[in-house]
Design a protein. Structure first.
Length: 94
């Protein structure tokens, strides 16, 4: 586990190899390139949460990179801001 400051809201976050999004604002950082946890991205820009989906009853957050526009989907965490997840669920993904 590692501590880092969220690049969007500044909150201190404790994350692991597969969790690099902020539970407070849901923003992420473009760290992975081909598979979750590979940390091979050279982009390193912030990834904006643009929506949510569900898979097998689990909310999944859809992020889009602010620089290269790549999209990635990650599972939500019990620590995530559920109010924001519900807000995103009210709007269709574009």
């Amino acid at each position: 586990m590692e501590k880092y400051a969220c690049g969007h809201c500044g909150e201190i976050v404790v994350g692991g190899r597969y969790n690099n999004h902020c539970p407070h604002c849901l923003w992420s950082k473009h760290l992975d390139e081909k598979i979750p946890g590979d940390r091979a991205s050279t982009c390193q820009a912030l990834m904006k949460p643009v929506g949510v989906t569900q898979k097998d009853g689990t909310w999944r957050i859809v992020h889009q990179c602010a620089r290269c526009k790549k999209r990635a989907v990650v599972d939500s965490s019990p620590k995530d801001n559920f109010d924001l997840i519900i807000e995103f669920s009210q709007h269709p993904l574009t």
